[in-house]
Design a protein. Structure first.
Length: 55
C-alpha cells in the first residue's frame, strides 16, 4: 500500500479488531474487572489514543 493514510487506517482497524476480540473473549469468561474497564477502552479508541496503551 503506497497511500500512508490508507495504511494507517488499516492498521487502526486491525488494532480495533484485536482489542474487541480480546474484550469479547474476557467478557465471555465473565471477568467483571474487564467488563468494568470496557467503556474506558472504547472511549480511548474513539478519541484516537494508541490502542497499544489500551492493551
Amino acid at each position: 500500500m503506497k497511500n500512508p493514510a490508507l495504511r494507517t487506517m488499516s492498521v487502526h482497524l486491525a488494532w480495533q479488531a484485536i482489542v474487541y476480540q480480546s474484550v469479547n473473549k474476557y467478557l465471555s469468561s465473565g471477568l467483571p474487572s474487564i467488563a468494568h474497564s470496557l467503556p474506558l477502552q472504547k472511549e480511548s479508541l474513539h478519541i484516537g489514543v494508541r490502542p497499544a496503551a489500551v492493551l
